[in-house]
Write a protein that binds this ligand. Structure first.
Ligand code: GRF
Length: 205
C-alpha cells in the first residue's frame, strides 16, 4: 500500500475535494487520490472527481443496504480494494460506524468548521454564531468513536464579525479550510506523525 494513497468521502459541494485535487495537480500536495466515494448521487463532488481524472469515482446509495454497518462495510471494501492508506472526509455527512472507525483507526481524517472541541456536530457554524464567540475557524482532526472528537492535526482561526450570517461566517471559514486541508494532508504524508495521548506529534521520531 502506497503511503500517500487516499480515498476521499464527500456528500456535498466538494470544494475541499476540489482544492485537494488542484493542489495535487499543481504539485503542492503529494497525495494520490485513488478513489472518491459519495453517498449522494447528485453531489457535485462526484463530477469534480471525474473531471480531475480520479481513477475510481463511486456513488453508493445507503438505501440499498440493510443498515449503517453494511453500508460502511461496502465503503471499507472499496477503500481496501483500491489500496488506500488514508480516508479523507470532505463534507461527508454520515456518521461512521464503530466497526469502520476500528478498521481504519488512525487513518481517517476530517475537516470541521469550528475550533474543536467547541461546537462539534452538524451545526457548528450556527452554534458558534449563536454562542457569540468572536473567533471561530476550522479543525483538521483524526476520526475516532467520539463525534468530531479525535486528536487534532491542524487548526486555523477566523474572526466572527458583527452582522455575520451563517453563510458569511461559513464562507470565511472555508477560505481557511481550502488552505489548511491540502497543507495538512501534504504534511501528513511527507512528515508523518504519532499520537501521544490526545496530542499529535509531527515527524517520524
Ligand atoms: C466544510 O465546511 C467542512 O468543514 C464540513 O463540511 C463542509 C464541506 O464543504 N465538514 P465542501 O463540500 O468541501 O465544500
Amino acid at each position: 500500500m502506497k503511503a500517500n494513497a487516499i480515498a476521499v468521502m464527500a456528500s456535498g459541494r466538494g470544494t475541499n475535494l476540489k482544492v485537494i485535487l488542484d493542489a495535487v495537480k499543481a504539485g503542492t500536495c503529494p497525495v494520490d487520490v485513488r478513489l472518491v466515494i459519495s453517498d449522494k448521487a447528485e453531489a457535485p463532488a462526484l463530477a469534480i472527481a471525474t473531471e480531475a481524472g480520479v481513477p475510481a469515482v463511486v456513488h453508493l446509495d445507503p438505501k440499498a443496504y440493510a443498515d449503517r454497518a453494511h453500508f460502511d462495510a461496502a465503503c471499507a471494501d472499496l477503500i481496501d480494494g483500491h489500496d488506500c492508506r488514508w480516508i479523507v472526509l470532505a463534507g461527508y455527512m454520515r456518521i461512521l460506524s464503530a466497526e469502520f472507525v476500528r478498521r481504519f483507526r488512525g487513518r481517517i481524517v476530517n475537516i470541521h468548521p469550528s475550533l474543536l472541541p467547541a461546537f462539534p456536530g452538524a451545526h457548528a457554524v450556527e452554534e458558534a454564531l449563536r454562542h457569540g464567540v468572536r473567533i471561530s475557524g476550522c479543525t483538521v482532526h483524526l476520526v475516532d468513536e467520539v463525534l468530531d472528537g479525535g486528536p487534532i492535526l491542524a487548526q486555523a482561526a477566523v474572526p466572527v464579525l458583527d452582522g455575520d450570517s451563517r453563510e458569511s461566517l461559513h464562507a470565511r471559514i472555508q477560505v481557511e479550510e481550502h488552505e489548511l486541508y491540502p497543507a495538512t494532508l501534504s504534511r501528513m504524508v511527507s512528515e508523518g506523525f504519532r499520537i501521544d495521548g490526545r496530542r499529535v506529534v509531527w515527524g517520524r521520531s
